[in-house]
Design a protein around this ligand. Structure first.
Ligand code: TYM
Length: 333
């Protein structure tokens, strides 16, 4: 490993199929960082079970997510791509960090508040302590940067607080990680309800685009996207939430700035604009969908990737875990 390279860790939970939000908010940036950094990317299946999952579906989505990550351009030789539950150090450090995370801190997490409101019949302890498991994911790898969308910033900030608390007691055990949030695409909103985040849980509503969706269904979703009664394509995230969201998506997909996009659609009306956004997204996702489809046909290759990833991730994670166990006073085996 090149010592000058920054260390990256990030993850996505396979609780639903990958969406345009996870692509623009996270994976696209993972790929951009992959050459210049030393990267670890996990399929966070342990995080997914905080909400009830169908076991066969969870297995399918975890492997499919891995294939889609590779199809997005992540080279598993250059990056360590692995499945979280394959590296027991995550659960082991997660428990230790639970003991250094305060009840009050976890109670203030907006995602916990949102999810417990949505799953009132299953507010389990895992949903509550989820951020300390996420802190373990990050701190095990001594990550410098954590590329995530806006919604995960609070969890990375809590990770810093936990690391700081632990380091203050035991010395410099953990590297202090920084969130890395993209300028464009950090918060992609639902196409049907532009007040709320595009999320895996709203699949089949037309509000969410998945990376494996067909071009026809993507075009249909953009044509039906909720906008407003005005006709001007201009960026106004307070007054014109739907159009501003479409502008963000268009700019991220076409690689241009908001003023350039506004100029392109001056006097063109919403119909032409929505069609152009849909086409840009279809073209951006086409090679990913095709490549992921091929990879999914080669289960042996995918198994080779996650086994190799688990081995490499375990080596790095094991070093940190041994240090932590020693510091807190566990007897060496
Ligand atoms: P998850 O699985 O909900 O989302 C995965 C990544 O995609 C980003 N994202 C979005 N970005 C922009 N707009 C959206 N609509 C959108 N939806 C999702 C998220 O910010 C995230 O970066 N707890 C994490 C997974 C995780 C993790 C980690 C992340 C587990 N361990 C360690 C970083 C480091 C989660 O549930 O993300």
């Amino acid at each position: 490993m090149d010592e000058a390279k920054k260390r990256i860790l990030s993850g996505i939970k396979p609780s639903g199929d990958l969406t345009l939000g996870s692509y623009l908010g996270a994976i696209k940036n993972w790929v951009a960082l992959a050459d210049s950094c030393d990267c670890y990317y996990c399929m966070a299946d342990m995080h997914a079970i905080t909400v009830r999952q169908d076991p066969a579906e969870l297995r399918r989505r975890t492997v499919s997510q891995l294939a889609q990550n590779i199809a997005c351009g992540l080279d598993p030789k250059k990056n360590v791509v692995f499945i979280q539950s394959h590296v027991p150090a995550h659960a082991q450090l997660g428990w230790v960090l639970d003991c250094y995370t305060m009840f009050g801190e976890l109670s203030r997490m907006t995602q916990f508040k949102d999810k417990s409101a949505k799953n009132a019949d299953n507010i389990n302890a895992g949903l509550f302590t989820y951020p300390s498991l996420m802190a373990a994911d990050i701190l095990l790898y001594q990550a410098d940067l954590v590329p995530v969308g806006e919604d995960q910033k609070q969890h990375v900030e809590l990770t810093r607080d936990i690391a700081h608390r632990f380091n203050t007691i035991y010395g410099e055990v953990f590297k202090m990680p920084e969130p890395w949030i993209p300028k464009v695409g950090a918060r992609i909103m639902s196409l049907q309800d532009p007040q709320s985040k595009m999320s895996k849980s709203e699949q089949d509503t037309g509000g969410c685009i998945c990376l494996m969706d067909s071009p026809e269904s993507i075009m249909r979703a953009f044509k039906r996207a909720v906008t407003d009664s005005d006709t001007r394509v201009c960026y106004d995230p307070d007054g014109k939430k739907g159009i501003s969201n479409l502008l963000n998506i268009y700019c991220a997909a076409a690689g241009i700035t908001i003023p350039q996009a506004e100029k392109e659609f001056e006097n063109k009306g919403y119909g032409a604009f929505k069609t152009a956004v849909g086409e840009a997204v279809v073209e951006m996702l086409r090679p990913i969908r095709e490549e992921a489809g091929k990879l999914l046909g080669d289960k042996a290759y995918l198994a080779e990737v996650y086994r190799d990833g688990a081995m490499r991730a375990s080596q790095t994670a094991g070093r940190t875990l041994r240090k932590v166990y020693k510091k807190v006073g566990f007897v060496e085996r």
